[in-house]
Design a protein around this ligand. Sequence first.
Ligand code: LLP
Length: 443
Amino acid sequence: MSSSKKTNRRDGSRSSALSPIRRPFQYEGAELKCAGVALEPLARRYGTPLYVYHWETIAASFAQYRQAFAARPHLICASVKANGNLSLLHGLAHLGSGFDIVSGGELQRVLAAGGDAGKVVFSGVGKTAEEMDAALDAGILLFNVESAPELKLLAERARRKRVRARFGIRVNPDVEASTHPYIATGLHRHKFGVTAAAAEKLYREYSRHPWLEAAALSFHIGSQILDTAPFGEAVAKMVQFIRTLRAHGVGLRYFDLGGGLGIAYHQGQKPPAVNAYAATIHKALGDLGCTLLLEPGRRLMASAGALLTRVLYVKDNEQRHFVIADAGFNDLIRPVLYSAHHEIAPVQRRKGSLTVDVVGPICESSDAFARERKLSRVQSGDLLAILDAGAYGFSIASNYNSRPRVAEVLLKGGKPRLIRRRERLDELFEAERECLPKDRSPR
Ligand code: LLP
């Protein structure tokens, strides 16, 4: 297969395995649009702040993975934590995607969206007995177990239900991937997985258990990784480990590589193409012969989404110019939590520019989307798009400062569809109101 071959998919998306997906949010003259669709009418119709996603971009990214790994048996399990909106999960399930989940809540999301439980892998260091039970009842593909006591509990829950649980052990490959320390996971000092030595002991101890099937090896070295080398290093180490296990009579069907491939949040970042990532993995795998499980999150969703926010006020404090937007860090926390850079694009570009801080209404100094950023001049009432917000945007949103979570809109075939209505204020304290004493007269 030629790596530069373009595919025209049934849903109209075009994908090239060579190039990283282009953001759908691009300027046409002075106006930022999403794949040709004007954003101001969406903001007026659905209100702001507003998440807008472009379906064809997600589908094209999914197609890149499928194409790059076509040479081997594989299953792409989209990472629900990146964006768990039911309509997006439904669309991905329709493309044949499985799902990587980390909680009983995410399992319910997948099922509610019509996802196939038989394509679900359950990761996470702290699964509860109740979550295990729900996943066993649903008949998920795989539990990725992260400790000895967790495996013991899984065996016990499976025995009680008289079903056989397929498990993988998440091995911490002790590989350094340069990314933000909060999202690096592959070193022994991180809480994730167990050492290869501990995993070997567990596989040998549990591989003949009546209610367990040793089915997989899994690892995940971190997120927003912009270099293929650490993936190659981790895969090579794990392939070696699988060969050791085979020598001890433990044969595994699945090799779960986790996610982690990064995107370009700013121009200086050069993320590897999906097929370059795949080529590194294919090379390190050699003739291993397991079914690959891939758990991409960010690479599928991030650049497909933007957060639209309206400028409320503009003010100057001495030397500093502040653009006060109606979105806050409760809506998109990445800049605050990881000092992450997100491009901010005024939907109507004006002449002239100014260096500004783009901040939100939350009562904390940290509430800023950008500091000392050069933007074209903005005025109160202008619309801004915070780009690459499709992954770990809405999914980490909170109600801090009693702010309702915002609406989400999906553009598909050039048409917008509301995929989550804005929360109503009364919903925010519903669960508290029912706990109030009956007699509420002030003392
Ligand atoms: N599989 C496992 C086991 C994971 O822990 C993760 C992400 C993924 C897959 C998906 O990784 P991705 O392909 O999206 O890099 N909130 C942070 C990212 C946290 C990632 C946690 N684990 C952020 O906004 O950058």
